[in-house]
Design a protein around this ligand. Structure first.
Ligand code: CMC
Length: 392
């Protein structure tokens, strides 16, 4: 084992070369394909950003129209896939429902799974971008006992998703353009973040030449963890706890600083950012406007802002360079939009999907790719002889 470098959590191990996303964690910089996240959040759309991540360049008008059209034409789920939802318990969390349904996609499209056949990879990518929002909306509908709506392919991706989630068959669901725009922007902010846990998982599974659906399904399961995408839901639970304690954050912060098992300031800290997460800054600036417009979450937003102010001055957080990350304010916006807490991480998954796809494609195309196979430092017993049952 002399040659093996131990690096738990891969803090200092580069596993690939990548052209997709640049992060400077000390300066708080994030760029997709060279474009600053602030510019994309302001000017781009989620579909356009997905194209950028997957193909490396902003699309021309014709390219964007074709890409948008392809996504719109693949939003429906196979009727047999819809039956899956009946098999889950009514209180099933939508994240494992999502990962199961995405995994099941490889049974519906068996003839187009070859990872090295580029037209098939394009088709699978489009299928995923189109169907994941539909699956996500159905997981929610199923959990509240409401019927599924068929996608309306005259609508854009986000508008369609909002209607599938909140619309009813007998009603004409009115899309609030401001809500749709804000959600679209939040999806852009989540679209990629280089070698995070779920993306590394997608690459690792894909390095065995597992198909795109199987690899993405694994990524969704990684994202479900509370230290990763699950943090946006955990933040809200934390803020609710503080609100129910008469808005008193001191007791909670004391527990965090005493490192009581399992207690962390959720939505704070990041492996790479040792500065303010640039995504969190954009989300914070958006939160007040959306919450004021939709109503309901002001008290919690105030608590979050006070908590942030406090943490940014407190030695414990300053010394460890712990700043708000993207998950700190998103949950408050999602809640104001009407999403239940269980859906927060699903929204993260819809956003991260183009990043996962882009990385899987880059990995498959890279001649340097080898099957992911970390080594270990063995710490178990040295050789010993088998002991028969009557001797133990
Ligand atoms: N609250 C309190 N202490 C913290 C926190 C926190 N949120 N995050 C890190 N620390 C402390 C940690 O106890 C350690 O202290 P010490 O050096 O005294 O042992 C130090 O800071 C370094 O932490 P670490 O756990 O070694 O850092 P990491 O890079 O392994 O973990 C993290 C990164 C994001 C998992 C962690 O900061 C965390 O658990 N944050 C809360 C969960 C969260 O918000 N996750 C979302 C991350 S961003 C988007 C995403 O990936 O989904």
């Amino acid at each position: 084992t002399g040659l093996i470098t131990l690096d738990p959590g891969f803090v200092n191990t580069g596993a690939c070369r990548s052209d997709i996303t640049y992060i400077d964690g000390d300066a708080g910089i994030l760029r997709y394909r060279g474009y600053p996240i602030e510019e994309l959040a302001k000017n781009s759309t989620f579909v356009e950003t997905s194209y950028l991540l997957m193909y490396g360049e902003l699309p021309g008008k014709q390219q964007l129209d074709t890409f948008t059209d392809q996504i719109q034409r693949h939003t429906m789920l196979h009727e047999d896939l819809k039956k899956f939802f009946d098999g889950f318990p009514k209180d099933a969390h939508p994240m494992p429902v999502l990962s199961s349904a995405v995994s099941a996609l490889s049974t519906f499209y068996q003839s187009s799974l070859d990872p090295f056949d580029e037209p098939n990879v394009d088709l699978s990518s489009v299928r995923l971008l189109a169907k994941v929002p539909t699956i996500a909306a159905y997981a929610y509908k199923n959990s509240i006992g409401q019927p599924f709506l068929y996608p309306d392919n005259s609508l854009g991706l986000v508008e369609n998703f909002l209607r599938l989630t909140f619309g009813l068959p007998a009603e004409n669901y009115e899309i609030d353009p401001e809500v749709a725009k804000a959600l679209d922007m939040l999806l852009i902010l989540h679209a990629d973040h280089e070698q995070n846990c779920s993306t590394s998982t997608v690459r690792m599974v894909g390095s065995a030449q597992a198909n795109l659906f199987a690899s993405i399904s694994a990524g969704i399961n990684a994202l479900f963890g509370p230290l990763h995408g699950g943090a946006n839901a955990a933040v809200l639970t934390m803020l609710e706890g503080i609100r129910d304690n008469e808005g008193n954050a001191d007791e909670f912060v004391r527990k965090v600083k005493n490192k009581e098992p399992g207690v962390r300031l959720m939505g704070f800290g990041h492996r790479v950012y040792k500065n303010y997460d640039p995504r969190a800054a954009i989300v914070r600036d958006t939160a007040r406007g959306i919450i004021d417009k939709l109503g309901g979450g002001d008290e919690m937003l105030d608590i979050a802002m006070r908590l942030e102010e406090y943490a940014l001055e407190d030695d414990y957080f300053v010394e460890r360079k712990l700043y708000p990350n993207v998950d700190f304010y998103t949950g408050l916006i999602y809640q104001a939009m009407g999403f239940p807490t269980e859906m927060f991480t699903v929204l993260f998954a819809i956003g991260r999907l183009p990043g996962w796809i882009a990385h899987w494609r880059e990995m498959i195309d890279d001649p340097d790719t080898r099957i992911g196979r970390p080594r270990q430092v063995y710490t178990g017993p040295t050789q010993r002889s088998y002991v028969s049952m009557d001797q133990r």
